[in-house]
Design a protein around this ligand. Structure first.
Ligand code: URA
Length: 247
């Protein structure tokens, strides 16, 4: 067994996962989990908002997008933020994880998922045999809402073109939406996370496949849901490897 295998087992155990059961049955579980492919971009407001830049301008880079986000004053959240959190990671990754919004730690550091939830996200990524530096991590909202309240629809709408542009540049094979707020914002849905998960959707101008899982902060409070979250990650992995029944 390699060092990587050991690390993976360690991470799965940390996630509360029965490693032997999962190692025996991933293909079957994936087949059962993939139920439908939904083109949410065709739903009302389904993520076809105009992206930056305007026609005729040369495309922005991820750094230029980040610079724009750092200076953004499109919504009132700019007046209460310490730092904007544009997102970070491998600009060529197959994987993009999208959380809700920065919390206090992220607001101070300008980086996504740096608190306890971030540590669990690292464990989830490690269970997929990757490191944080190999994926791209972003949020629906790039600035912290005061007292970590849920983002307002206007804030989501103002921020969405940044995410679209990041997607266009990174071109991931899968987006993993972390948590109810992220899932509802991306899918323009008011359904519960329990109803939304277990399917492959399409998101944004690039029609990127999207799966939904629990937010790591929720998993810290409800560790019994980690097994379901692992199923979601396996579904995402099957999309990346081209083995999803939906692809
Ligand atoms: N929760 C999120 O949704 N995003 C972060 O960046 C941190 C915590």
């Amino acid at each position: 067994m390699t060092h990587l295998d050991n690390r993976r087992l360690e991470m799965l155990e940390k996630m509360g996962i029965d490693v032997w059961r999962l190692r025996d049955k991933p293909a079957q579980q994936n087949a059962a989990a993939v139920t439908e492919l939904t083109d949410v971009a065709d739903e009302p407001g389904g993520g076809r908002a105009q992206i930056l830049p305007s026609p005729g301008q040369s495309p922005l880079t991820l750094d230029e997008i980040a610079a724009q986000i750092n200076q953004c004053q499109k919504c009132p959240l700019h007046s209460t933020r310490i730092k904007a959190v544009p997102g970070a990671g491998n600009p060529d990754s197959d994987w993009m994880f999208v959380g809700e919004a920065p919390g206090q730690n992220e607001d101070q550091r300008g980086e996504p998922f740096v608190g306890r939830a971030g540590q669990l996200l690292d464990a989830m990524i490690a269970a997929l045999q990757m490191q944080r530096s190999e994926v791209f991590i972003a949020n629906v909202i790039k600035c912290r809402p005061p007292q970590n309240r849920d983002p307002y629809p206007r804030e989501v709408a103002e921020c969405e073109p940044y995410l679209h542009r990041q997607l266009e540049l990174v071109r991931p094979k899968i987006i993993v939406a972390l948590g109810r707020i992220s899932a509802q914002a991306l899918l323009k849905s008011s359904q519960s996370l329990g109803n939304l998960r277990g399917k492959v959707y399409r998101y944004g101008p690039s029609n990127t496949p999207l799966v939904i899982t629990y937010h790591p902060a929720y998993l810290l409070r409800s560790p019994q849901q980690k097994a379901k979250s692992w199923q979601d990650l396996l579904l995402a992995k099957s999309v990346v490897s081209g083995q999803s029944l939906s692809e």
